[in-house]
Each structure stands twice: as structure tokens, then as C-alpha cells.
Design a protein around this ligand. Structure first.
Ligand SMILES: Nc1nc2c(c(=O)[nH]1)N[C@@H](CN(C=O)c1ccc(C(=O)N[C@@H](CCC(=O)O)C(=O)O)cc1)CN2
Length: 288
């Protein structure tokens, strides 16, 4: 049986429609129009596309958004001053700083400068600490996108062995924390593998749900996957002008139960979850 393809475009569209409905209800009841400030530093072509797509998605959901585009040689303190201004600006309920940032800017310091109440990317240490402790907070967009794809496709992670390959701050580490939570979409047994993991394929073959998030094109090959596994590909790599994931798609699809494609898998979910967090931020602001 060929694998079921988990269509991230469709699931993200469903989520964005739910967010649009939430925005309409919030504004109809006298609440604010949710606003998102996106900060883009430099001229990375992929980042520019993602930020443009975030702006479009906001407009389609009835949200206000503005992009603050700074030159590639922007000094660190200029970026921090912009974030301070946005923190104090009531038009914006959410702020994101698009990653990666140019080398002269310390990513962690920039993210920590965002007011936790506006951290709709869920990357601030306060948000991540709360998530780890199971407290309500903004969940990081790509990990919560993975969780939503699983839940909305009927693959509840509860009791499943999830193996995550990759330990980045933006995907691997927060995804592990999210899927092990004692809550809906959690309760999984999680193993995190990385570049220093020995006998990697012995571990990946134990996965009921295998998540590839290492940023290496085609690194997960068919021999690393158990028959009937659910495979989630978080990698987005440009190879010869083509987008490919971290999974050798055709060979792995031939033996798995279900698989996300690249493009059209987890990428669109990242933007949908950002909108959902921004709506939450506006709701929290209006109930203050
Ligand atoms: N501040 C942040 N920076 C980055 C994040 C993030 O969540 N917050 N994640 C990634 C980039 N990213 C969002 O910012 C992102 C990546 C990919 C997609 C997407 O929809 N991809 C499409 C293909 C689009 C294309 O043609 O390039 C797909 O996979 O189908 C959305 C968002 C790093 N930086």
C-alpha cells in the first residue's frame, strides 16, 4: 500500500479559516484587530519569501501586519531599539524576528528582547520554560504545526514512540518537550537523536512516529524506517533550485503508513500556527 500523504497545505488552510473566524468574532465583540510585526534583517531570499507569506496570510485572516525591513549591516543595538519600540506599540499584539539573523547580531539576545506577552513565535526562554512546565503559553510554531498535523490526521502521539532526529532550539528540543507533555497531543515516549548519536538507524527503526529535523537533504533513507511508521519531514532544503526535505521521500513513502511531503507538509503549518498565536495574543490583550 502506498503511504497516505499528509497534506500540510490543506490542514493549514483549515486552521487559517478557523483563525479568520476567531478574528471576526473578536472584532465583532469590540476587541482589537490582531496585529503582527515582522522584523526582517538583511536580504536572505528565503526569509523574504517567508515574511511575505506571513503578511499575506495575516491579511487573508483579517489581521493587521507590518514588516520592518532593516539592512544586512544593522548594528545589534539598532535592532534591539526597534524591538523595544514594537514592544510598546499597542497596534502589535505579536512580534517575530525572522531567523536566521546576520552574524553581527546575537540571535538569543534579540529573541529575549521581545516582550514575552508578544512572543507569538514561542521562541523566548520564558515561553519555552512555561511550555516545559506544562503552563499555558505561546507554543513554537513548527513544533505545534507538527503536533496539529498528527492530531488532525488521526495519529495521536499518546503512547507512541516518537523519534526526533535533530536538536535545534526552534524544532527538535521544543518538539520533544511538547510531545511528552501530559496533555492532548502529548503523552508520547520521545527519543531525541543528533549528530553524536551512535547507531542512529537502530533507534530510528524503533519509531512509531519518526520526525526528521536535521536540515540534511535526503538523510533519512528507507533502511532507517520501520514498515508502517508515520514519517514527518521538517527539513526544507534547496537543492539545484528544488525544495527537498530531510527524508528520501519516494523510498521511505513506499514502506511507511503516512508521510508529509516537502513542499506542502510542515512548512505551511508554521505560518498557520503563527496566526493562531497572534489571535491568542490579541485575545489576551483585550481581556487585560
Ligand atoms: N522567527 C522565525 N524564523 C524562522 C522560523 C520560525 O518559525 N520563526 N521557521 C523557519 C522559516 N519559516 C518561518 O519563518 C518557514 C519556512 C517554510 C515555510 C513554508 O511554507 N514552506 C513551503 C515552501 C515555501 C517555498 O517555496 O520556499 C513548504 O514547505 O511547502 C513557512 C515558514 C526558519 N526561520
Amino acid at each position: 500500500m502506498p503511504a497516505r500523504i499528509l497534506n500540510g497545505n490543506e490542514i493549514a488552510a483549515e486552521l487559517r479559516a478557523e483563525v479568520a473566524e476567531g478574528v471576526a468574532q473578536l472584532t465583532a465583540s469590540g476587541g482589537p484587530q490582531p496585529g503582527l510585526a515582522a522584523v526582517l534583517v538583511g536580504d536572505d531570499a528565503a526569509s523574504a519569501v517567508y515574511v511575505r507569506n506571513k503578511g499575506r496570510a495575516c491579511a487573508e485572516a483579517g489581521m493587521h501586519s507590518e514588516t520592518f525591513h532593516l539592512p544586512v549591516d544593522t548594528p545589534h543595538d539598532v535592532l534591539l531599539s526597534l524591538i523595544d519600540r514594537l514592544n510598546a506599540d499597542d497596534r502589535f499584539h505579536g512580534i517575530l524576528v525572522q531567523l536566521p539573523l546576520p552574524a553581527q547580531i546575537d540571535e538569543a539576545t534579540a529573541i529575549e528582547r521581545i516582550a514575552p506577552a508578544k512572543d507569538v513565535d514561542g521562541l523566548h526562554p520564558v515561553s519555552q520554560g512555561k511550555m516545559l512546565q506544562g503552563e499555558p503559553t505561546y507554543l513554537p510554531c513548527t513544533p505545534s504545526g507538527v503536533q496539529q498535523v498528527l492530531l488532525r490526521s488521526g495519529y495521536d502521539p499518546a503512547g507512541q514512540h516518537v523519534v526526533i532526529v535533530g536538536r535545534s532550539n526552534i524544532v527538535g528540543k521544543p518538539l520533544a518537550a511538547l510531545l511528552m507533555q501530559r496533555s492532548i497531543g502529548g503523552n508520547a515516549t520521545v527519543t531525541v537523536c543528533h549528530t553524536r548519536t551512535r547507531n542512529l538507524s537502530d533507534i530510528t527503526r524503533q519509531a512509531d512516529i519518526l520526525v526528521a529535523a536535521m536540515g540534511v537533504p535526503g538523510a533519512i533513507t528507507a533502511d532507517m524506517v520501520r514498515d508502517g511508521a508515520v514519517v514527518i519531514d521538517v527539513g526544507i532544503n534547496r537543492v539545484d533550485d528544488r525544495l527537498v526535505g530531510d527524508v528520501d521521500f519516494d523510498a521511505v513513502a513506499a514502506k511507511s503508513e503516512a508521510i508529509t511531503p516537502v513542499p506542502g507538509g510542515i512548512g505551511p503549518m508554521t505560518i498557520a500556527m503563527l496566526l493562531s498565536n497572534t489571535l491568542d495574543a490579541a485575545r489576551r490583550y483585550s481581556s487585560k
